[in-house]
Design a protein around this ligand. Sequence first.
Ligand code: URA
Length: 202
Amino acid sequence: MDVSEELRRLAEACGADLDCPGATQVVAGEGNPHARIVVVGEAPGEQEDREGRPFVGRAGQLLDRLLEEAGLAREAVWITNVVKCRPVLFEGDRMRNRPPKISEIRAWNACLHEELRLIDPQVLLGLGAVAGRALVGPNFKLQQERGQWRKDLVLGTDTLITWHPAYLLRQKGEAYEHRLGEAIADMKEASARLLALSLSPT
Ligand code: URA
């Protein structure tokens, strides 16, 4: 079995044990399972739930652009989420996306850690506070710690957390330009770290 298939089965097995009311399917990670960098988002939204692929909606389009600006092709990296089924808010007969609950983040944690252990990347790039808390620890503070190198809790991998693209899309005018610039700089920093690690003899 190839590693992508193993990772998909892992996500589905985790999802089978968990409650995902309103979600139509588990959205496993995708990309290069041998990537040296893994991008970790929060949770699938409506379009991801429909297509069964992470980051394919508006936030995903912005993510692709940010990665490209940093010299990282989407196909070359592994893209995944902390929570792998769409968290949903029921409003009458309608459903809306909502942030994952702490209990959901905890429930999916073992799955994320196993996924990272199988890929064994050299760099982790987290998007937003949920990824920051899942990777770096529950006390992670995005506003203070964004763009700073940390180690992830389980493997001790070099980890950088930046703004989530969905958050960037909610910014307006100068705030948008400013935070977009920060996210691009963070991604370039992650890309440069990869290069530095591959040149280092150890
Ligand atoms: N936001 C996320 O965090 N993940 C996705 O897959 C899509 C949007």
